[in-house]
Design a protein around this ligand. Structure first.
Ligand code: NAP
Ligand code: GLV
Length: 309
């Protein structure tokens, strides 16, 4: 009943002790030292190498270290009958909400403009807007989007959210589906993307969608780089339709040295760290799920393969 972990040397050094602490009786192996493949019942990783999961004849569940499972699903050979469990864990949720709140507040209170003014030795006061008069929109009202939206609402922002199916969240104006997208975008001054990457959402933030935001709007993308058509964002920033962007995720990671985002004056980047899955609590979550599963209870947070998330 072994568990096979996928990760580079740094990840292995971080995760292995935590997995062993959380599951002291479990045989935990690290790819590619998998031993007898027929003994592997569970896998855990962000983007296992293509074909490996299909080579495990007795695999019972595929655990993702990420909330997003696009890294797992990009392998077309992943067995269709083995459940994929995405990471849902309080630390991951809290980390994301901290990051979103930090960047929404930074744009809302002109932090980057004041930083530039300090660098230029310029003393000047900009107009101040209260959060209650700032309209923030969160695309994706799942585990992470809902928590971020609730926290922004608690800070008195005028918050809306957009999802595939209709929602009711206190303090958040909820829009859904294709018909809800237009009105949602039209009222959004700071757009936060927390969608999963699926066939429907790949490239969703293109010129067409971003142009429907009011002039001077800002984007905070913390979902996946492939949600954004990067050239369209650069063009809209340069044309002045958009005022700025915080980008944590990119089409190519690490962000290539020559990429314009590194030096664009209206772009703030971070290296895909908006919320990092923390090995101690995530290992305990995997142990909890396996214990449930082996006791005959259903796994939680199983990905719907047809939806892609
Ligand atoms: P989730 O719980 O699965 O929520 C996904 C949300 O997106 C749901 O509200 C869903 O609508 C909505 N959605 C999906 N497809 C849609 C569509 N076509 N149109 C409109 N709404 C759609 O996911 P999560 O746990 O919140 O995570 C979201 C994403 O965050 C992950 O997939 C991952 O890519 C990203 N992430 C990034 C980092 C980072 O460090 N940058 C860390 C963690 C996660 P319904 O509610 O109607 O189903
Ligand atoms: C990170 O990007 C995740 O999906 O958890």
């Amino acid at each position: 009943m072994a568990l096979l972990f996928f990760g580079n040397a740094d990840r292995v050094a971080e995760w292995l002790p935590e997995l062993r602490r959380a599951m002291p009786d479990r045989d935990i192996r690290v790819w590619p030292d998998a031993g007898d493949l027929s003994e592997i019942r569970y896998s855990l990783g962000f983007a296992p190498p293509e074909g490996v999961l299909a080579s495990l004849p007795n695999l019972r569940a595929i655990f993702s270290t990420g909330a997003g499972v696009d890294g797992t699903l990009r392998d077309p050979t992943v067995p269709a009958d083995v459940p994929i469990v995405r990471m849902v864990e309080q630390g991951l949720t809290e980390g994301m909400t901290e990051y979103v709140v930090m960047h929404v507040l930074a744009w809302h209170r002109d932090l980057w403009t004041y930083a530039g003014m300090q660098a230029a030795g310029e003393w000047r006061k900009l107009d101040q807007t209260l959060a209650r008069d700032r309209r923030v929109g969160v695309m994706g009202l799942g585990v992470l989007g809902e928590d971020a939206a609730r926290m922004l609402a608690a800070l008195r922002f005028d918050v809306a959210g957009w999802s595939r199916t209709a929602k009711e969240i206190p303090g958040v104006a909820c829009f859904a589906g294709e018909e809800g997208l237009g009105p949602f975008l039209a009222r959004t001054e700071i757009l936060v993307c927390l969608l999963p990457l699926t066939a429907q959402t790949r490239g969703i933030m293109d010129r067409g969608l971003l142009s429907r935001l009011p002039r001077g709007a800002v984007l905070v993308n913390v979902a996946r780089g492939q949600h954004l058509v990067e050239e369209d964002l650069v063009a809209l920033l340069d044309e002045g339709h958009l005022a700025g962007a915080t980008l944590d995720v990119f089409r190519e990671e690490p962000l290539p040295e020559a990429h314009p985002f590194w030096r664009h004056p209206k772009v703030r980047t971070t290296p895909h760290i908006a919320s990092i899955t923390l090995a101690p609590s995530a290992s305990r979550e995997v142990a909890r799920q396996i214990a449930r599963f082996e006791a005959g209870e259903p796994l939680e947070n199983v990905v719907d393969r047809a939806r892609g998330y």
